[in-house]
Design a protein around this ligand. Sequence first.
Ligand code: 5AD
Ligand code: SF4
Length: 442
Amino acid sequence: MTNRTPKTFQVKSFGCQMNVYDGERMAELLESEGLAAASDGNAADLVVLNTCHIREKATEKVYSEIGRLKRPDGSRPMVAVAGCVAQAEGDEIARRAGVDVVVGPQAYHNLPQLVADAAAGRRALDTDMPAASKFGALPARRRQGASAFLTVQEGCDKFCTYCVVPYTRGAEVSRPWTAILDEAKALIDAGARELTLLGQNVNAWTGADEKGRDQGLDGLIRALDALPGLARIRYTTSHPNDMTDGLIRAHAEVGKLMPYLHLPVQSGSDRILKAMNRSHDSASYLAILERVRAARPDIAISGDFITGFPGETDEDFEATLRIVTQVNYAQAFSFKYSPRPGTPAADMEAQVPAEVMDERLQRLQALLNAQQQAFNQASVGRRTAILLEREGRKPGQKVGKTPWLQSVHLETNAAIGDMVEVELISAGPNSLAGAQLVKEAA
Ligand code: 5AD
Ligand code: SF4
């Protein structure tokens, strides 16, 4: 047990964007308690491992991370395990040597107290999912770049049979309208030009506006659109069933809403979608995309796929390749099915052999990569606005994003956070090169 109150910290986040957001908020919380950020985990007094449990050997990964934190002199930092592994396997993790604090994703506002408990040699575990939201107990937003995440919704009630999220993040909860708008304004004041609204089911967000009228995500997006200083709005991740007419219309009407939609389908086989409890089929998914594309013809579509779900036959997999061909994705994420303890699919018969999963994943990824490359290639020659987000690898170079979420590197004197007009001049699979059209005055 580390018996010393930490003065410096590092937060290491794994997994989804919501974990990145939670990691930032934990960092802000620790800073508000007087701790200073350290750039190197081994030098920090406290390391927070903000973990992901969505797939594969997540727990083993946490243990190997902890092992790596041992310093040459045998000492080690205080270690806090946060995130979804902490939620799912809290008691077991708390018993492991080298772990001082265990804190779940709905309890991290208590991190300073837990750290104090651990420093005093007391047991420090909190995986409660309290009715009152943690957000009210967190300090105001401070740390930010040009593009910021803003969690508006958490948890999931959909219970896809492969997924741990409903168990680790809990039931679907929408943050209140005013809390979101206040946080958005604070982020914009801190320099954010782009906001990405986050939620496991972000398009299921509901709430009442300041006049008490019921609103959906589209209403929230329209309210954000009116905020001065904000240039771009994105949202992720959406479920096909919550893709309302209003949200689709927003893609046609809201100037700051970017032409990009992450809408996972998971499989192209209706039999597998049913076994996954996805509550949509391939035809209804395609029909939604048709309406979205009618509203915003240039929209870039992205998705998630799982290969080797229990019972998936060659024919089912061919249906997945077919839907990918029909949709033509600009970007996509694909994974081998990973049985998650406690989920219905983990107990299903007919688990698919690993080598079959591997082979299917490779074929799927080859197709998706080719589509992404073609999408990028088709952008060459296009003139568009880039939001500069960070320094590039070479001196004088900066990296930013197109409206379609492609990374672009270019030579420019403009500052991070500036919007610059470029012509896209060449494309690789993962990024493009741009040339600035109007140079800033020196
Ligand atoms: N195995 C493989 N992939 C999964 N995902 C969620 N659970 C699993 C699992 N058990 C994928 C889905 C989801 C993305 C975030 O992770 O594609 O959309
Ligand atoms: Fe998991 Fe399905 Fe909920 Fe997405 S919609 S978080 S895949 S249960």
